[in-house]
Design a protein around this ligand. Sequence first.
Ligand SMILES: NC(=O)c1ccc[n+]([C@@H]2O[C@H](COP(=O)([O-])OP(=O)(O)OC[C@H]3O[C@@H](n4cnc5c(N)ncnc54)[C@H](O)[C@@H]3O)[C@@H](O)[C@H]2O)c1
Length: 343
Amino acid sequence: MATLSSEEIYSIVKESLRAVGTSKAAAEAVAETTCQAELRGISSHGLQMIPVYVERILEGGIQGKAEPTVSTGGDNIHIIDGNGCCGQLAAKKAMELVIEEVKKNRVSVVGVKNTNHCGMLAYYTENISKEYSIAFMCTNTNPNVAAFGGAEKVLGTNPFSVALPWDKESIVIDMATTSIAKGKIYEYAMKGISIPEGYALDKDGKATTDANEALNGTLLPFGGHKGYALSILVEILAGVITGGGFSKNVFSLHSDISKQQNVGMFLMGIPIEPLMGEKMYKERIKEFVSIIKGSKLAVGFNEIYMPGEIEANRRKDRLRNGIEVNDDIIEKLKQIINSKKIL
Ligand SMILES: NC(=O)c1ccc[n+]([C@@H]2O[C@H](COP(=O)([O-])OP(=O)(O)OC[C@H]3O[C@@H](n4cnc5c(N)ncnc54)[C@H](O)[C@@H]3O)[C@@H](O)[C@H]2O)c1
C-alpha cells in the first residue's frame, strides 16, 4: 500500500487521462471527482475506475475531447447533450448550471443525455448544497438489475443522491438502488469474498452469494418492491424524461467499451432562502439532528450518524493523514502516463 495526498491523486488521474488525449476540462473533472471519492472512502468509484475510463477513451466509448452542449427549455430548465463526453464533464456542467440558478434563489432542473459514467454522485449534490440549497441527482446505468419478481436485467444500479445543508458539512444521502453498487461486487470478486444473501440472482434466476455468479446474473433492488419502485423513478427521470437512453438502450461501462454508454442524468436544486430564511433553517435542522443523534442507541451501536457523516469524517482524516491506495493501481496509472497514447 502507498499513502498519497489528495493533490497527488488529482495529478496522477489528470496526467493519465491527458496521456490518452482527453481534454483538459474532462481530465480535471474526472480528477476532481475521483479525489473526492477517495477522500470520502468510496473506493469503488475512485482510482480503480481510471483504467476503465482510459480503455473506453482509447476504444471510442468515451469521446475524450467532446464538449457537452446546453439547450434551454425555460430560464431555469436545461437539457445537456453530452455528445459522448466523459460523464464527469457533463455532470459537472449540469451542477454548475444548477448552482448558477440557485444562487439567484430559483429552483433549477437540468437533464443530461448521451453521456457516460459520472462516478460518485455525492460530489455534485454536496457542491450544490453548499449554496444553501437542497440538491437532488440521479443517473441510470446499463441494466444489471431485475424488476421486482423478474430475473432479467432491465434496470441499472440507478443511484440517487440528496444533499442538504447542515452544519459545516452537509447531510449527504448517496446510494445505488441495489443492495450493493456493482463496483463493490467487482471488489468482492477480486478479493474472492462472498456477497451477502438477497443481493443477487445467478444467471438462472436463483439466489446466490457468489460475487462472480452475481456478475454473470442479475443484481436485485434493495428493500424488495420499495427499492424497485425507486429504481423505476431514477430510470424515468434520468433516461425517459431527458431523452437519454433507458433500460436496454444503456450500454455497459465494462464490456461495451467502444460504445458510448448513452447514460442520462437528472439534477435539481431548490434554494432554501425563499422557503425559509437561512437563520431559521439552521436552528431547525440543528434541532432535528440533535433529536436523531441523541436518540437511544440500539444494542451494539456506539453512535448514530447522519447520512454522509461517516464519509465527511473520513475526508477530514484523509486530508490530514493521506489516502492509502493499492500499489498496483498506481503502477498501472504510471504505465498509462508513460505510454502517452495521445489520440
Ligand atoms: N455513477 C454511477 O453510475 C453509480 C452507480 C452506482 C453507484 N454509484 C455510487 O456508488 C457509491 C456507493 O453507493 P452505495 O449504495 O454502496 O452506498 P452505501 O450503501 O455505502 O451508503 C448509502 C448511504 O448510507 C449512508 N450510510 C452508510 N452507512 C451509514 C451509517 N452507519 N449511518 C448513517 N448513514 C450511513 C451513506 O452516507 C450513504 O448516504 C455512491 O457514491 C453512488 O453515487 C454510482
